[in-house]
Design a protein around this ligand. Sequence first.
Ligand code: PEP
Length: 251
Amino acid sequence: MRRAMVAGNWKMHGTRASVCELTGALAVQDLPANVDVAVFPPSLFIGQVVEALAGKSIAIGGQNCATQVEQGALTGEIASSQLVDAGCELVLVGHSERRLILGESDQVVAQKFAAAQLAGLVPILCVGETLEQREAGETLQVIARQLAVVIRVSGVAAIAKAVVAYEPVWAIGTGLTATPEQAQEVHQAIRRQLAAEDAEVAQATRILYGGSVKAANAADLFGMPDIDGGLIGGASLNANEFGAICRAAGS
Ligand code: PEP
């Protein structure tokens, strides 16, 4: 039985004051014990969030890490070992905003995934198709390719020690959500791809859905057999909404 997970990606949002308000409101949320909850603040605020949520059952993650594990001469980047030192347990890799706006290739994403695991972080590998790719009928091929590169670099067993997040690009921050059936189709395809290499890995791997998840649509999405929780962007900036999504994942 896979444990549900809800992860909040705060993206490039927040000031010290607003982060203080958000963590204060998160700290008093009634979160279900059967769900792993995590938040991903901008790196600038990781220390502040680790301190503010100390003793709460909310893990902290980075939104990105370098392709190298150890600190060094790489201006502006953050090594996975530094995220661990700061109190992170997880890291997002391959978010579509980084793939499409910042030009991260499948190969770079795979290297970041490997660097994260080497440092002891749990990577959340984001995969997803653009609207153009969906309309061209290429969705499953695109996802399969994004996942295959990581499997080639780290091996399939590494996927069971990570989390996969299916995030259709056309649903991120647009208010358009994949229907539970559309999301399930892709989640099932991801699990089948894993099963073709290792049945146990396929059964153990958590696959989250991300793309305009809100309290109002979370239960229907999380009710699908291959959807193990959500990666939440905009709605994670509202503690009450995020708390409600976590509770939907736990019921
Ligand atoms: C995301 O950025 O990972 C995301 C899913 O965003 P949103 O929930 O705002 O669509």
